[in-house]
Every structure is written in C-alpha cells, then in structure tokens.
Design a protein around this ligand. Structure first.
Ligand SMILES: Cc1cc2nc3c(=O)[nH]c(=O)nc-3n(C[C@H](O)[C@H](O)[C@H](O)COP(=O)(O)OP(=O)(O)OC[C@H]3O[C@@H](n4cnc5c(N)ncnc54)[C@H](O)[C@@H]3O)c2cc1C
Length: 472
C-alpha cells in the first residue's frame, strides 16, 4: 500500500488545497500531520488561533474517521519520525515563500531525503505563485520590485478553477493531543468560519468596498486577513467569489469597479509575498540602500507611549488600542499609526514592525515587512518617500463622526465629534470640567505634529539630498 503524509503548515483547510489533492491522487493512505514546533514562531494570539483552527480541522477529519497527528519535537526530526512510524514514502505540503518557512522546508527536504522519503511541494497560499508572475518579466529570476507592473502581469494570468474538498484518510492511533491554550480570540477559528466571513463580505460589502472600506467606523472591509494568513480559506476561492460577481451582467459598473479595488488588495498580498520570496533581505534591512544608514530613533519612552495608544492623537491611539485589545487594526488607522511612529516620533520602522509582529493576529513577515517599508519610504517602490499623514486631518476625513475613535478610546466618549477628534482644541473651561489632560484622563498630544513633521522632512532632505513630496 502506498502511504504518504500531508504536512499542514499555513494552509489549514480541506478545500482547494493542491498539495492535499496531489497526496490523495498519488497515495492509497494519506495521514494528516502538523508540527507543534511551528507554533513558537507565532505571537500569542496567533498560537491560540492556530490551535483553535487545528481543533476544527481535527473535528472535520474525525467525521471521516481520519485523524490529525500533532508531531512533537524539533519540526524536521518530528516530521521524519512520524513519516517513518506511519510507513510513509512521501510527504506532501504547500510551498513556503518567506525566509523562515523556506528554511524549515529546505531542512525537511534534506532530512527526509536522507531517510529515503520524498518531499513534494505544491502551490502555496497565493492566487498566482511568485514564479508564475515573474516568468512574464524580461528577467524572471528577480521577480518584481514595484507594484504596477506586477499588477498588470498578475491580472493577465488566468486563475485556475479552485478544487473542491479533499480529506486525508489515514487514522493514526497515536495522533497526540492539541497543545493546551486558554487565550480567547476575537474571531471564530477554522475553515467554516472563513467561508461565512467571505459569504458575508461578498453579499453585503463587496459592491461598496471602495467607497466604505477606507472609513474605520464603517466595518466595511472583508476581515479575511487572519483566515488568509493561516490558509483557512484559499485566496483563489476569494478571487473566484468576487470575479463571479463582477461577471454578472446585472452588476453595476460602480460595483464592478469597487470589487476591482478589492482584487487589487489580493494582488498586493501576492506582491509582498513574491517580494519576500525574491528579496528576503526585506526582513532585515531597507530595500533602498541609501536609507540603510538613516538615523532613526529607538527611544524606549516614545515606543511605550505609541504602543500603549497614549500619544494624544485620537486616530493613532484608537488604532494602537484596537491592535492591543483585538489583535486587528483598520487599514487606514494602521497607516496613520505607522506614519506617526516613523515620522512624528522618528522611530525606526523595525520597531513598529516588531510591535505588529507581536500583536497582530494576521501578522505575516512578508506583508508586515513590505507594508512597513512602503510606509517608511525605504522600500522597493519607485515612489519611495516618507508617507507623512496629518493625524488630525486624517481623523476628520475618515472618521468625521468619531465612531472609531469613541469605540476604542472610552475617555473621549462624552465629547462631541469635533472635540473627540482633537480634544486639545476643546476650550479650557470644558477641559477642566471633563478632567482632561490629568494623568488618569486622555493625554495632551505628545508632540506638535506640524513642527515634528517639518523637522523630520528637513532631516530626511539633508540625508538624501533630494526634494521630497509635501505632506498629505
Ligand atoms: C503597517 C502595516 C502593516 C501590515 N501588516 C500586515 C500583516 O502583517 N498581515 C496582513 O495580513 N496584512 C498586513 N497589513 C495590511 C492590512 O492592514 C490588512 O491586510 C488588512 O487591513 C486586513 O483587513 P481585511 O482582511 O478586512 O482587509 P481587506 O481590506 O478586506 O483586504 C482583503 C485582503 O487583501 C489583502 N490586503 C489588503 N491590504 C493589504 C496590504 N496593504 N498589503 C498586503 N495585503 C493586503 C489582505 O490579505 C486582506 O485580507 C499591514 C498594513 C500596514 C499599513
């Protein structure tokens, strides 16, 4: 009998999982396995989410009389030992694209080969694999460094029809127990929850995505990021669901274009993943060489104030408090908070990146590093310049009714909208009545945005000796 393992990593699902399909096609018996050693690399929230996802996967497999083995010990050794114990001659898995995951894959490949077991990898969790897009370039070995040509190539490729549900069929009597975890997550785990989230988005939000998603108070984005991060849903399934709606003749042109904006976000995800694949140095240093020696600050007091959401700028603080409380952040608010970190406080973008990696439920090395480099103006894009956003203007533009700010900053709940967005502008008598700017209440702005932004630009200008774009 031909036996293999399917090694679940960041593809915790049974539908449209090419490696799992291939394993079933090539073997009589397929055992499902997850290496517990892959958990410590994740942040606490992610570990708890993954354990809960593994629980839902195990239940689904149990209904088919199959099991999910939790392999204990250093990942590569545990994989080899499990393959030997179960008599597998091949291990199937989804291809990894980020450096840390590729290293594990390469080590597993070597160790399995030494044991006479083949490692076979298949398309990972992207709409189009990095190499499939890069082969449209004149120098395909390098991948794309800028988004617009990547997007054009990405859009020109056909997307295969996603495959249906496939089950491993092996029953391991020594499958082991799931690691214990008591942390509560803000979103439901697993493949079924991911499908419900997609369905809700496609039916209720996708048609107005471009109009509503930039406003943090409107809850208009898909909320798919954590599910995509751990592969509870395939990006091709998401693509297919939106493409189908775009193709309906009764879809309005405005709705089609709104859904097109969402598709660009899926492409941006693939873009940063392929950037990490072809330029793994994105994880350590600025892709723009001239910015590598820029004198960023690492002031611990400023880092604490920013991380705790006590800068005195409500939109920035609301983003940081949402991140700390929920492990999620609205994209526009995230951009303002990240901009404030780098340019108002002058903190190293890697400081901000680390806070995201430690607290964000969907934290992903490729997406996190790519976004932080883009924002700090040190990345690979053509128009790399400091993206300085005025936190007060952004709050007035994107949260005019202060819905988001009030949701995350209870100290501001009693204030009328305009005052909640800029409490330091409330008249002095009101400030006294509300007990404002006392140690227990909401803080005064820690810096004067206009002043520090000008100072940063002067530092930047003299460092790069080039004209820079004006602030937004
Ligand atoms: C400083 C910073 C750091 C970030 N770090 C991460 C990260 O570690 N992991 C992560 O998943 N996203 C990251 N993002 C991108 C973004 O904030 C989230 O993907 C998005 O807000 C998640 O919400 P959603 O699923 O409702 O997104 P939607 O707006 O519904 O978008 C749909 C999907 O498109 C992809 N997407 C959207 N925006 C981006 C983007 N800017 N870059 C790459 N993919 C995108 C995501 O997979 C997202 O789930 C970061 C953004 C910033 C500004």
């Amino acid at each position: 009998m031909n036996t293999s393992l399917f090694w679940f990593r960041r593809d915790l699902r049974l539908t449209d999982n090419p490696g799992l399909n291939a394993a079933r096609g090539a073997s009589d018996r397929v055992y499902a396995v997850f290496c517990e050693d892959e958990l410590p690399r994740l942040n606490e929230r992610q570990r708890s989410f993954v354990i809960a996802c593994l629980g839902t996967l195990r239940t689904a497999l149990g209904k088919q009389d199959a099991t999910l083995t939790i392999a204990i010990g250093p990942c590569v050794d545990a994989l080899v030992a499990t393959a030997r114990r179960l008599g597998a001659t091949a291990v199937f898995s989804s291809r990894a694209y980020t450096r840390a995951e590729r290293e594990i894959e390469a080590n597993a490949d070597k160790a399995l080969a030494a044991a006479g077991i083949a490692l076979r990898t298949f398309r990972g969790d992207v709409v189009h694999e990095p190499a499939a897009v890069a082969q449209l370039k004149q120098s395909p070995g390098e991948g794309y460094r800028v988004f617009p040509p990547f997007l054009a190539a990405w859009e020109s490729l056909d997307v295969d029809v996603p495959s249906g549900e496939t089950y491993p069929n092996g029953r391991d009597e020594q499958a082991g127990v799931l690691p214990a975890d008591g942390t509560e997550n803000s979103i439901a785990p697993g493949e079924a929850a991911a499908s419900v989230t997609l369905e809700k988005f496609t039916t209720a939000r996708a048609a107005d995505y471009a109009v509503n998603a930039p406003y943090p108070g409107r809850d208009a984005a898909s909320n798919l990021a954590p599910y995509l991060r751990f592969g509870c849903i395939s990006p091709r399934i998401v693509h297919q669901a939106i493409a189908r709606r775009m193709s309906w003749s009764w879809t309005l042109a405005s709705e089609r274009s709104s859904m097109g904006v969402f598709m660009h976000q899926l492409a941006r995800r693939d873009f940063f993943i392929q950037l990490a694949h072809y330029a793994p140095e994105v994880h350590d240093e600025a892709l723009q060489e001239k910015m590598r020696a820029f004198p960023w600050s690492n002031d611990p007091a400023m880092i604490d104030v920013w991380r705790e959401g006590r800068t005195g700028y409500p939109l920035v603080d609301a983003a940081m408090r949402q991140l700390r409380t929920q492990g999620l952040v609205h994209q526009r608010a995230a951009i303002c908070a990240a901009s404030f970190c780098c340019f108002d406080l002058g903190l190293d973008w890697r400081v901000g990146r680390q806070v995201w990696m430690d607290q964000y439920l969907a934290a992903d090395e490729a997406l996190c590093d790519g976004n932080w480099q883009w924002l700090a103006g040190v990345g690979s894009d053509q128009a790399a310049y400091p993206r300085i956003y005025n936190p007060e203007k952004q709050a007035r533009q994107f949260d005019a009714q202060a819905v988001y700010v009030r949701r995350w900053i209870p100290e501001l709940k009693k204030l009328p909208s305009a005052a909640a967005l800029a409490p330091w502008r409330v008249d002095h008598q009101h400030q006294i009545e509300l007990g404002f700017f006392t140690p227990k209440q909401y803080p005064r702005p820690i810096v004067d945005h206009e002043k520090v932004a000008r100072e940063f630009l002067a530092r930047y200008r003299s460092f790069v000796s080039e004209p820079v774009r004006p602030e937004r």
